[in-house]
Design a protein around this ligand. Sequence first.
Ligand code: SF4
Length: 329
Amino acid sequence: MSLLELRDVEVVYQRRDGTLVPAVAGASLDVNAGEIVGLVGETGCGKSSLAKAAVGLVPVASGSITFEGRPVHVLGRRARPVSERRLQLVFQNPYESINPRRTVGAQVADAFAIGRTQARSSWRPRVEDLLRQVGLPATMARRFPHQLSGGQRQRIAIARALAADPAMIVLDEPLSALDASVQAQVANLLVELARNLHVGMLLISHDLAIVRHVAHRTAVMYLGVIVETAPTADLWTAPMHPYTQALIDSIPHADGAGHLPVALPGEIPDPARPPSGCRFHPRCPRVMDRCLSEVPELVAKDGGRRVACWLHEAPGGARRAADGPSVAP
Ligand code: SF4
């Protein structure tokens, strides 16, 4: 049993005009203790909706989500039972979870206090310890959020998440609002926390370069479905799905080797009217006749990979692949 298990999850939104939009159209994914799983894809592919569903912030239309073997309930963050506080969410913008009018120390203490009965005066050493864990001095406890940099605020958001003694943290674009140098520092912090505290992490990002640096395993999402999962190093060096290949080709290389990024052709389609067959077929350079009408399922491959593409059909026909870890975290 994995720490977090998502099975055939569908998330549907309703637009103002009444149109139903399947933002997530049947995604399955596992995350294990101490493992960082990256979830990548273009803006609008459904990865943030899947993250919110994973922590119970939006309802699933079908499928199931379990955390530590129990179903995740759809509740407001403040209404979550203590057991589900072990599943935490960190947002892209730390101001979504930080109160600008309270000191850093008070806010970390607030997060620590929920579900605990000890006297508040006894929490101070724990608050200072949490600040140190995220690479901040204990003196930071007396400051207000507006006195901090973006990177420091995101570290505070992570400290608040850690205050609940989480087994799992879902991070929705946690680095995208930060400068490049600060991104690297916070990315390194996530790797350290996963390793030292054995916390599982689901890292949502549109930035494959960051996920390559941080994640043990990566899942690629396109228009509401997961099209490939693999150990991150394998995905990077030998992507199997044409969309994964295109994503990697679209990344500028910083090494000056002369590699020019290749723009992905076309726009991501409206999820309310997804293309027939393979959802990627209107943009795929290797499209075949059957891709226009037949939906490729995620099938297991050697080395812990899974891919949904008719170019990689399983011998004897497609078979559905349960997701799972392929490398030890
Ligand atoms: Fe391209 Fe067909 Fe594979 Fe889809 S199934 S990615 S259209 S080759």
